[in-house]
Design a protein around this ligand. Sequence first.
Ligand SMILES: C[S@@+](CC[C@H](N)C(=O)[O-])C[C@H]1O[C@@H](n2cnc3c(N)ncnc32)[C@H](O)[C@@H]1O
Length: 274
Amino acid sequence: MHRRARLDRYLKRGHRYVHGWVLPGAAKMVVAIAAVQRAQAVGGHIAEIGVHRGRLFILLYLLRRDGERALAIDLFSDQERNPEHSGHGDLDIFRANMARHADTDSLVVHEGDSTAIDGATVTRLLGGACRLFSIDGGHTPEITAHDLAVAEAALAPGGVIILDDVFNEMWPGVSEGLNRYFHARRGIVPFAIGGNKTFLCAPPFAARYIDALRPIAVKTAERDFLGARVLCCDFAPLSLAERVGRYAAWRAVKDIGPLKIARRAYHLARAAIG
Ligand SMILES: C[S@@+](CC[C@H](N)C(=O)[O-])C[C@H]1O[C@@H](n2cnc3c(N)ncnc32)[C@H](O)[C@@H]1O
């Protein structure tokens, strides 16, 4: 089956059969970023630290272009080195999921602790730098900061790092690790947040990614974060009030006399009902 057809099938249904943690908003953002990379001829390989059963990895793998390879890094059988129990990689299940939803022709597996590798290991295993690098392995500050250094060192020009769980209240170590990493001057900046992922790239490329992401989110806001301007993306459906508020016709009349009174009466009645 053609790669594009496999991708569509995986996005539509297949991902549901792969245990893991990827929100629909995150998947949309990754697909949009890959489209920018294709349009801008940003080349490179794919890598993920922390693949678990492959839920995000398979999506990244299906976004591969000709000649690109994909590196899966995980402790897999060595779960004693995962004291905080962030997921539980299983190489047999991962390989079976890959075979079912993609293929293994361009797959490179590195079974081991990410803290024992560096960016040079990644580029050696892949034969070049990465255009998409997901970090979702150990969730402590130390491991997060280390994995960010690995990813930045292995990043191709225009490449994007996808960091999981920065704003997940169950994993504060990731936020601390990201902040620690930015205590020193870096060659990357965050440019977007959404679907429990934080996206980073070299500053000259940030604007074109932001432009591509703005239309796909339900709600967006631009904020300052770690010295950069980031696009915050919300994929939750709008409430009825928010949907009505978006209509120009409603905004034009909502403060006119009788309507203003009717609105106030409506809100008072709602408050009274509780
Ligand atoms: C949250 S899961 C990954 C979820 C996955 N990205 C997905 O799409 O569902 C975290 C994974 O990181 C692995 N892991 C934890 N600590 C690690 C480390 N120090 N080095 C490599 N992998 C690690 C675990 O084995 C687990 O499979």
